[in-house]
Write a new protein. Structure first.
Length: 429
């Protein structure tokens, strides 16, 4: 059997010197006398009487006398309660001196020795409220066997003194939580403020970083960006470094290049071409070679083909993206002159076929004119009807732009005109 003796209520009545200021519970003033602490004990062993009770107290140095236990219960029935009352003086202690009363309550329950330690925190302050802890109406007074309307084991008179409801069994000293923050009023530095001492309790609607999410929702230890600052103190609406990532998600709120060099204000230029990664874009790949633009310089041309790496689908092949690249040696027509040398749009013989497609070594129609210079690669009489391979009748061979027969007719006509002119002249004579 494990005997359970529980301290359920604590009340300190302090001798006040001077005006009262807002202080936490269990504050005392220096050079005060007859301070009293009332400890309410509850025997949680329904079938066993807690008896042979003794109380021992270890006190801090600023307590100037031997603490007097003015009430030691003779016995506490199972499920019942009673008071332990401590009285003491405070000496000439310095401001903000603190220490604990360690109260040991010992006794027997059903043949078992029981010893329980309680800690009463004390602090010497400028001034102290006259009553601290679970404060009700009047001074607690032992009343074993007194009227207990709600049957919770605490007499009505003690419930009134401690501020609990004598008609409600769920309301007992030490379990009153006025602000619903889960901390009993006697231990709560602000019994009417659910956000003090913690803003993470269910009933507290406090938003430290003013981002529209309560601290209790964001969590006390949640740190999404792992920067050591919890989410509840880093706003999800503010972006201190202007990188497009809110402080709550940014591991470094003063560096626009963290968490990404593509942040709005980041000037990192991975490929050193004068254009920042943010401007070039994380996924832009203009030449579709699998290397994003921010990793390929717009100023470098590794293969010397006249096309920058950023625009070149193969930075080690001067013939890609074009066989007309500066260092490309591709020779489409096999005449010993590269396509780059012949030019992409050069057409010397104006036949609609570019020079790089027509060999300067081949003469398809055997007219003595290479295809690159021949406007009709299938006509041996074009451009020269006197070419060895041309079979045009001699009479139709052009001369000064006219066929031989037409030229003869022209000459005859000219001769006739000359004859007529001569005859005319002779008649005149």
């Amino acid at each position: 059997m494990v005997a359970k003796i529980k301290m359920i209520g604590m009340l300190l009545l302090a001798l006040v010197a001077g005006s009262v200021s807002q202080v936490q519970a269990f504050d005392l003033t220096a050079n005060s006398a007859d301070n009293e602490v009332f400890l309410l004990l509850l025997n949680e062993n329904p079938g066993g009487v807690f008896h042979s009770i003794s109380v021992n107290v270890d006190a801090p140095a600023f307590i100037s006398n031997t603490i007097e236990v003015t009430n030691t219960p003779g016995a506490i029935n199972g499920g019942g309660s009673d008071l332990v009352v401590l009285q003491f003086d405070v000496g000439n202690a310095a401001f903000n001196t603190s220490g604990d009363l360690i109260v040991t309550v010992s006794g027997m329950v059903a043949g078992n020795a029981v010893s329980v330690d309680f800690t009463v925190p004390l602090r010497v302050w400028f001034s102290a409220p006259p009553a601290q802890g679970f404060v009700g109406t009047g001074e607690p007074s032992p009343n074993p066997g007194g009227t207990d309307t709600d049957g919770d084991g605490v007499p009505d008179s003690l419930e009134v003194a401690y501020g609990s409801d004598p008609s409600l069994a769920s309301s007992i000293p030490g379990q009153i939580d006025s602000d619903g923050d889960g901390i009993e009023d006697g231990s709560d530095p602000a019994p009417s403020d659910p956000c003090n001492p913690s803003t993470f309790v269910t009933v507290c609607d406090f938003d430290t970083d003013s981002d529209g999410k309560f601290d209790r929702i964001e969590g006390q230890s949640t740190d999404t960006d792992s920067d050591g600052a919890a989410d509840y103190i880093e706003s999800s609406l503010i972006d201190d470094d202007g990188d497009g990532v809110s402080n709550e998600l940014d591991a470094n709120n003063s560096d626009p290049c963290i968490p990404s060099p593509f942040g709005t204000n980041c000037t990192v230029d991975t490929d050193g071409d004068g254009v920042s990664d943010a401007v070039e874009g994380e996924f832009t790949d203009t030449d579709s070679d699998g290397a994003p633009d921010y990793t390929e310089s717009a100023l470098l041309d590794d293969d010397g083909d006249g096309v920058s790496n950023e625009l070149d689908a193969n930075n080690s092949d001067p013939c890609i993206p074009s066989t007309f690249g500066t260092n490309c040696t591709v020779d489409t027509d096999g005449d010993g002159a590269s396509d780059a040398a012949e030019g992409e749009f050069t057409d010397t013989d104006s036949d609609g076929i570019y020079d790089y497609q027509e060999s300067s070594l081949i003469d398809s129609d055997s007219d003595g004119v290479a295809d690159e210079l021949d406007p009709a690669n299938g006509d041996p009489c074009n451009p020269d009807p006197l070419a060895p391979g041309c079979s045009v009748p001699e009479a139709d061979v052009p001369l000064f732009g006219l066929s031989a027969s037409l030229l003869l007719a022209a000459l005859l006509a000219i001769f006739g005109v000359v004859q007529v002119q001569r005859r005319s002249q002779e008649g005149v004579e």
